[in-house]
Design a protein around this ligand. Structure first.
Ligand code: ZZB
Length: 258
């Protein structure tokens, strides 16, 4: 499985556990299958109770992701020595909550690290970029935070990190419009980020519809088909040093290699 790894650059002040890297570029790296939706990023997701590490890449950047993802990256020439990575810091999602990051293409110059409780350990990097216009999981999790002051309070998230960030129209999907995730969450009566089965159904519908019928609604490729621009947008992010390609091995292979 090929993912686009989006470098979400940590902005100063860095959190305590990363403070000693303040003279370096630190990136929370998010794996996505939808590089063309990056125009609509509204925040970065981490799971508060999940463990993350920081390691140095061969280009002298510091990447933050799960240990499992770091190990995969070490076998994909991200580090100086093949298969090896030095753990510079160990942290939890909680340590990253409320930090500010800058990500490519999005209309919001400064976005925040917020809690998503359904992030899986065994997929991607454990860091997820939020696109509430097109990802039902993201729309549901952001709506949870917007509607529930108690949830924000529990995780020490202030209103200004959440409330100003509305979904941005990025892709037009015939029958769903340009805020497809919101439309489908309403149609399927999705109540929260924990509505697992309905969210899976919503995601599958939008992946297929978006890929085959989606038209860019913003940016320099406005009016073009998603199929025709996906690779172009991925390549331009890579050329601008804002993303890299990351492969995820098949699950079976993973469990054999530890
Ligand atoms: C931005 C984005 C925009 C995404 C969209 C989807 C959509 P999949 O399909 O199951 O392989 N993701 C990545 N890692 C994780 C994780 N560890 N736990 C939970 N979610 C994760 O999952 C890949 C997608 O799920 C990724 O692509 C990421 O969200 C999220 F408009 O990135 B995506 C219809 C979906 N649209």
């Amino acid at each position: 499985q090929e993912y686009t790894l989006v470098k979400m650059k940590l902005l100063a002040p860095y959190p305590k556990k990363l403070a000693r890297f303040e003279n370096k570029t630190v990136c929370l790296v998010a794996a996505t299958l939808r590089p063309e939706t990056m125009y609509g990023q509204t925040n970065c997701w981490v799971r508060p109770d999940m463990k993350y590490i920081a390691f140095e890449t061969k280009t002298n950047e510091v990447f933050v992701c799960t240990r499992r993802a770091a190990r995969n990256m070490a076998f994909q020439e991200f580090t100086k020595v093949q298969g090896k990575f030095d753990v510079l810091a160990e942290l939890t999602g909680q340590d990253l909550l409320g930090c500010a990051v800058a990500s490519a293409l999005t209309v919001y110059p400064k976005i925040y690290v917020l809690p998503m409780l359904t992030i899986k350990e065994d997929k991607g990097t454990g860091i997820v970029t939020c696109v509430p216009s097109d990802s039902p999981d993201d729309y549901a999790a952001l709506t949870d935070l917007k509607k529930k002051p108690a949830l924000r309070e529990k995780y020490g998230i202030s209103d200004d990190m959440v409330l100003p960030f509305d979904p941005v129209p990025v892709v037009d999907i015939p029958g769903y419009g340009n805020l497809a995730a919101e439309v489908i969450c309403e149609q399927l009566k999705i109540q929260s980020q924990n509505d697992k089965e309905k969210l899976l159904e919503a995601k599958e519908i939008l992946y297929t519809k978006g890929f085959y019928e989606g038209i860019m609604a913003t940016g320099e490729h406005k009016g073009q088909k998603i199929q025709d621009v996906k690779k172009t947008i991925q390549k331009s992010m890579i050329d601008n040093n804002r993303a890299v390609i990351y492969y995820e091995p098949e699950k079976k292979v993973m469990s054999r290699s530890g």
